[in-house]
Design a protein around this ligand. Structure first.
Ligand SMILES: [Zn+2]
Length: 212
């Protein structure tokens, strides 16, 4: 069972290989169809039902990568949360642990747009790495060396996301309070072709049903 595999009922699992690590994302076509929303509908949901948690799917184009808050963060190696840099040491307050070398993880603020409006989807860590296709450390190392790029804080490898369409799985948290700009956390990102392929397979499967 590698790469792509279909399970028996409505669910489809997408297997993704990254750095020889196998990971899978549970994909349920019925659930996607049921919870697919436009950006406008997601914002409306948030305004109307403040205390509810929800998962939505939203197909949108990446228009810009916001760089004001950076594109990565120094994290704790154990818990993945943001860690403090004190001198040359890395400190995690939660784990009460010190690290000598930083673990960098992606935090990409994507300015996205669909036919209904625009907003910001934030993509973290492995999900971001999956679509950028280059590990954070590698981007960071090459970027630091690239002196010409100093004014432009979004590294070139991340710019490949611009103009691309993705299916974002958005988590609405009851504690969604926007201190600065409105933004939503995308817990999974599916590439357009992955989504279309799965949709196509689902359609084919539905046509095969022997009900005559
Ligand atoms: Zn920690």
């Amino acid at each position: 069972m590698n790469q792509l595999s279909l399970s028996s009922t409505y669910s489809t699992k997408v297997y993704i290989n990254l750095d020889h690590q196998q990971d899978y994302i549970h994909w349920d076509s019925e659930e996607v169809a049921k919870n697919k929303r436009t950006i406008r509908e997601i914002i409306k949901f948030l305004v109307q039902s403040k205390s509810q948690e929800a998962l939505f799917y939203c197909m949108a184009v990446v228009k810009k990568v916001n760089a004001e808050n950076g594109w990565h963060y120094v994290s704790c190696t154990d818990c993945h949360k943001k860690a403090k840099t004190i001198g040359s040491k890395i400190w995690c307050e939660g784990c009460k642990k010190e690290f000598s070398s930083p673990t960098r993880r992606y935090r990409l603020e994507l300015h996205v747009k669909d036919e209904s409006g625009s907003t910001i989807f934030v993509v973290f860590d492995k999900e971001a790495e999956r679509i950028v296709r280059i590990p954070t450390t590698q981007v960071y190392t090459t970027e630091i060396k690239d002196e010409d790029d100093e004014e432009d804080v979004v590294p070139k490898p991340i710019k490949i996301l611009l103009g691309k369409t993705y299916m974002f799985q958005i988590k609405i948290n009851p504690n969604n309070i926007f201190t600065t700009k409105q933004n939503f956390t995308a817990i999974h990102v599916f590439e357009d072709h992955e989504y279309k392929q799965l949709q196509h397979e689902q359609e084919e499967k539905n046509q095969i049903l022997p009900l005559k």
